[in-house]
Design a protein around this ligand. Structure first.
Ligand SMILES: Nc1ncnc2c1ncn2[C@@H]1O[C@H](COP(=O)(O)OP(=O)(O)O)[C@@H](O)[C@H]1O
Ligand SMILES: [Mg+2]
Length: 156
């Protein structure tokens, strides 16, 4: 089957949730295995760490605490998505990775030999003027596999 093994990359945004529903519906196109990926954006981590840490907490301690919180939060959300997909009858292999989202999506897609990449058109920054977010745009530009881009619902 052409789309037996696919990758779905999520940032847990509303548009990602819409894309997730297409992943479920891809069962009708032969999809059986989903590589589920969330990337803890290292640029976002650096931005957050540039914020004033406050006087009470030593810098190193603050950094470790922040990273642990981000990871814990992402683990919980990724686990929810995994369970939801498994309940629809798909087999799931989840990856939680530190890095730059588009780079990791393209890399894991190759490493896992998927035949399709599913992403949302937008994510959490959801800037209304732009046609595509930078992650979806860079995935389309660099991926070897076809990319299914699920549009957000435009607000009036
Ligand atoms: N950190 C991430 N990990 C995995 N997938 C991501 C990540 N960030 C974005 N994506 C994927 O790319 C899609 C588009 O997001 P993005 O290009 O970042 O738009 P925006 O600029 O609105 O945040 C998301 O719906 C999701 O499928
Ligand atoms: Mg984004």
């Amino acid at each position: 089957m052409l789309f037996e093994k696919i990758i779905f990359a999520t940032d847990f945004s509303g548009t990602s949730a819409r894309a997730l529903d297409y992943v479920r519906r891809l069962k009708d196109a032969g999809c059986r295995q989903v590589v589920l990926l969330h990337v803890i954006d290292q640029r976002e981590v650096h931005v957050l760490l540039a914020e004033p840490a406050g006087f009470a907490v030593a810098e190193g301690e603050y950094e470790a605490e922040l990273l642990a919180k981000m990871r814990k939060n992402a683990e919980t959300k990724l686990d929810d998505v995994r369970r939801w997909l498994e309940e629809t009858g798909l087999s799931v292999k989840a990856h939680l990775i530190d890095g730059i989202p588009a780079t990791e999506i393209v890399r894991i897609a190759d490493a896992e030999h998927v035949s399709l990449i599913v992403v949302g058109s937008h994510g959490r920054s959801n800037i209304s003027q732009i046609l595509l977010g930078s992650v979806s745009e860079n995935v389309i530009r660099h991926a070897k596999q076809p990319v299914l881009v699920v549009r957000r619902i435009e607000k009036e």
